[in-house]
Design a binder for this molecule. Structure first.
Ligand SMILES: [Zn+2]
Ligand SMILES: [Zn+2]
Length: 76
């Protein structure tokens, strides 16, 4: 699935854990947010599929019940 830079709206280069924007000279990661409580979700990768877990609701969330956004990775 193609990801876009939130600043430039240009396609990001996939590079393993993160996505890279050349114009930003920065890496981005995918952040999932719970559709019920708004908390940041934990990403759990299993068997090639990725699941999202909400620590606040204490349950796994399906892709249709969450929102995702690209956030800059601070490697500082
Ligand atoms: Zn950019
Ligand atoms: Zn939640």
């Amino acid at each position: 699935m193609e990801k876009l830079c939130p600043v430039h709206a240009t396609p990001l280069e996939s590079g393993g854990r993160f996505w890279h924007c050349q114009a930003c000279a920065a890496d981005y990661r995918l952040l999932g947010r719970c559709g019920s409580c708004g908390a940041e979700l934990e990403r759990i990768a299993a068997c090639g599929a990725s699941n999202w877990f909400c620590n606040q609701c204490n349950e796994l969330k399906s892709k249709s019940s969450i929102t995702t956004e690209m956030v800059k990775v601070d490697l500082g």
